[in-house]
Design a protein around this ligand. Structure first.
Ligand code: UDP
Ligand code: MG
Length: 318
């Protein structure tokens, strides 16, 4: 069988510390795979610069000048991890790159490189998607591990079919990427969409490693945005939950009403200022939450109807 032309896509945001370490490793891995006849000789690495404010892009340009295997994509501004990956994948399978398959991996290489040849082998076994699944997160901080794992559980409760402990380390053949391109949504949550596409898929297990250099680029704010996008882009369950809560509160209100009427007829004194003011605040709060939640969905409709481009490519080094 003819070896596939593989593109390894790595998003980079302010990664001047990590990139000089990971690029040589990725290159030697690629050379090894080419040597083993696992991938075609014109396979390449595609570094996507997601609007970094440090010297990331000049490092990528230098890598490109020195090694024809290194390609670069410069986005005009920071569009976030998910959109940066999307830009990289779509560019990699499109002409002139025309890769047969892509692997996305964060440039900090917290996902072990040894899994990559395994993923490629999965392709020859007939799989279109190979998910990297984290079996051990020992190297993550307690907070990161706790938030990430509760997030996956919450998603499943909300009816989202995601792969537990799979982030964005995955192998996809060109036809899957082409199908993915047909999802036009701007609130991109790849971990939710890709299982929806279907096609034969399998997993490789990995142990998540420590970030070797630089800091995490995922601020708490970015993580929360991703979590909210993940749920509100795929599930309307929260709206039903709020509605049910509203129902319960109406029932409680009726019960209190009956109690007030009964005590009125019994002639017991009216002393209710505290409870009155309390319930006003409580109900007011619930209403605000509900309106806010509905607003979230309305906001999404607003963004989606614009059909804005996801990213802009400033320069493409092939
Ligand atoms: N990243 C990006 N755009 C952003 C934030 C992050 O392209 O706005 C990239 C970053 O360079 C890295 C990957 O996404 O390659 C994952 O980020 P990081 O390793 O900081 O996240 P963590 O592993 O802590 O979740
Ligand atoms: Mg990382």
């Amino acid at each position: 069988m003819k070896p596939i032309k593989l593109a390894i896509v790595a998003p980079c945001y302010n990664e001047e510390e990590m990139l000089p370490i990971s690029a040589p490793r990725l290159m030697s891995l690629m050379r090894e795979m080419i040597g083993d006849g696992l991938v075609a000789a014109d396979s390449f690495l595609l570094f996507v610069n997601d609007g970094s404010r440090d010297s990331t892009w000049s490092i990528i340009s230098r890598l490109h000048d020195e090694n024809p295997m290194c390609h670069g994509l410069n986005l005009s501004r920071n569009v976030g991890h998910q959109n940066a990956i999307m830009a990289g994948m779509l560019t990699a399978v499109d002409a002139p790159e025309s890769a047969d398959a892509v692997i996305t991996i964060d440039v900090d290489l917290q996902d072990p490189l040894e899994c990559i040849p395994q993923m490629v082998k999965g392709c020859y076994e007939g799989y279109d998607v190979v998910y990297g699944v984290r079996t051990s997160r020992e190297s993550d901080s307690f907070l990161k591990r706790f938030t990430a794992e509760s997030f996956y559980k919450l998603q499943n409760h909300m009816g989202l079919k995601t792969i537990y402990n799979h982030a964005d380390f995955r192998f996809m053949t060109r036809r899957v990427v082409e199908e993915l391109a047909r999802y036009e949504e701007r609130n991109l949550y790849l971990r939710g969409i890709i299982p929806m596409i279907g096609f034969p898929s399998t997993r490789v297990e990995e142990v998540r490693e420590r970030r070797e250099a630089g800091e995490t680029k995922y601020t708490v704010k970015k993580m929360l945005t991703l979590a909210f996008d993940g749920i509100t882009s795929f599930s309307v369950k929260p709206i039903y939950m709020i509605m049910a809560l509203g129902g319960i509160f109406v029932l409680i209100a009726i019960a209190i009403g009956i109690y007030v009427l009964v005590s009125l007829f019994n002639g017991t004194a009216v002393h209710g200022w505290a409870s009155l003011i309390l319930s006003i605040w409580l109900v007011g709060g619930i209403i605000l939450i509900a309106v806010g939640l509905v607003g979230l969905y309305v906001g999404k409709v607003y963004i989606e109807t614009k059909h804005r481009p996801r990213y802009h490519i400033e320069k493409h080094l092939t």
